[in-house]
Design a binder for this molecule. Structure first.
Ligand code: TRP
Length: 475
């Protein structure tokens, strides 16, 4: 019974603390950096619509499932999965799901920290006026020079990793909760200020129509080699995978946060709030970035550099640009920071539970390991940009180390984790247990949730895999 289990790591002080922390985990680089550039690469409006549908019918039910499992198990994802599996009369091997999650979180943090380091670096660049009066080419050039310098990237990556581990080491209430309480409201306010600026540019109408006007032709088809239209599932699957990433699902981060949730909190309501806030921030970021992109004749499909090449341009030209720019990158750093702590929290809880370490030692060990692994990403933007780890696979032969890590985690490990979580919550766990923990009653709401995790999510994710298998041909 959930009432008698307690987490050894403590509890959030209130429902709101949990909401802020989980929103802090969800809202991150995925919303402000990744969402705009993948929307740009995938043609805009129709992609956004599919993304919203994925959040609603896949993201929300899985988030509810993860929180529910976490709160019932009250331990690190491995131990939670083992306990709950045994409780349901299933094999303890379900603990492997926790292991995969910890590995995914570790790999994601190793590159996440490098990108967050870009945000850190840009705080100082905007503050000293590097972008004042720059042209689009000038800003792009500054960005490329920045990536080409391994020592610089290494410095910022190191700093960000230290910041992350400082919070994690201080624990649930003293670290995680304190940090998110001031970061999240601040982020929201600065986004609104920037929206005001985007409204004043002459690209606003085009930016908004790019984001919200669906062109399904461009989404579903591409031109074949002979010029005929061929069906292209790529963008739809990208939207589905991003739903996992942006909501922090599929690796146990939300599960671990759920394990600190006080009993008697409505899981459904908190989930709606978190998913809603996450979506709102992503859409706001799009409404800030695309008008600037169009007003300055930039390409929306510029890829991972989009944010770092569009916004500095705006800051270089708007009144008080250095001020707002500095503020923006501070808040982007906050958003990344409140996410990065959730990426490593499951691993730290496991070291504490199973190896009897104190939190400080566990954080230091994990931080150093993850930092070292992050060097692969640092160098993949410069000295190792030509290195290919899996050249024998068609899908991977053009991917740098960073692209490969991103692909393996976001496209394979998270959906796989999400699939297993849905199967466990829907089929393995007894319905009396899930019904009791979700506190939805046994009416329509609960049945809808059960149908989604039992059928819709597994089928959708299996389609992603069939597609991945189809394109992972040995070349
Ligand atoms: N959701 C975060 C973002 O959008 C990233 C993140 C944090 C994450 N924790 C996670 C992604 C766990 C997947 C799993 O930037």
């Amino acid at each position: 019974m959930s009432e008698i289990r307690e987490s050894v790591h403590g509890q959030w002080s209130s429902r709101w603390a949990f909401i802020l922390a989980a929103t802090g985990s969800a809202v991150g680089l995925g919303n402000i950096w990744k969402f705009p550039y993948i929307t740009g690469e995938n043609g805009g409006g129709a992609f956004v619509l599919v993304y919203l549908v994925c959040i609603a019918i896949i993201g929300i039910p899985i988030m509810m499932a993860e929180i529910m499992l976490g709160r019932r198990g009250r331990q690190s994802p491995m131990n939670t999965m083992r306990t709950l599996a045994l409780e349901a009369g299933a094999p303890g091997h379900w603990a492997w799901l926790g292991w995969m999650g910890v590995l995914a979180g570790f790999l994601i943090l190793s590159y996440y920290s490098v990108i967050a380091g870009w945000a850190l670096a840009y705080i100082f660049r905007t503050a000293v006026g590097t972008f004042d009066g720059q042209t689009a080419d000038g800003v792009a050039h500054i960005f490329q020079r920045f990536l080409a310098d391994p020592e610089g990237l290494l410095f910022w990556h190191t700093l960000f990793m230290v910041m992350t581990m400082l919070v994690v080491a201080r624990g649930v209430r003293g670290g995680l909760e304190k940090a998110v309480k001031f970061m999240m409201p601040g982020l929201f306010i600065i986004l609104l200020i920037l929206l005001g600026y985007a409204l004043s540019t002459d690209g606003f109408a085009r930016g908004v129509s790019f984001l919200f006007k669906p062109d399904f032709n461009a989404l579903l088809f591409k031109l074949g080699e002979d010029g005929s239209k061929v069906w292209n599932p790529g963008p739809v699957l990208t939207a589905l995978r991003h739903a996992f990433f942006t909501l922090s699902l599929g690796m146990g981060a939300i599960m671990v946060y759920g394990s600190y949730l006080p009993a008697g909190t409505s899981i459904a309501r908190t989930t709606f709030f978190i998913a809603g806030a996450d979506t709102l921030v992503a859409l706001l970021a799009g409404m800030v970035i695309f008008p600037i992109v169009f007003a300055n004749g930039l390409e929306p499909s510029a890829g991972p550099g989009l944010l770092f090449q569009s916004l500095p341009l705006a800051f270089g030209h708007m009144p008080w640009g250095a001020f707002f720019g500095t503020l923006f990158f501070i808040l982007l750093t906050f958003a990344a920071w409140s996410s990065s702590i959730s990426l490593i929290e499951p691993a730290v809880t496991w070291l504490v539970e199973n190896h009897g370490m104190d939190r400080l030692k566990a954080s230091v060990i994990m931080g150093i390991a993850c930092w070292a692994f992050g060097l692969l990403t640092v160098f993949s933007f410069n000295v190792w940009s030509d290195v290919r780890l899996l050249p024998m696979f068609d899908t991977f032969k053009d991917k740098s180390i960073f692209d490969l890590l991103d692909y393996l985690t976001a496209n394979i490990m998270l959906p796989l984790g999400g699939l297993l979580i849905a199967l466990f919550a829907g089929w393995v766990m007894r319905t009396e247990a899930s019904c009791d923990e979700l506190e939805l009653g046994d009416g329509l709401a609960y049945k809808l949730w059960l149908a989604l995790v039992r059928f819709v999510t597994p089928i959708a994710v299996i389609v992603v895999f069939l597609h991945a298998i189809e394109i992972i041909k040995v070349g």
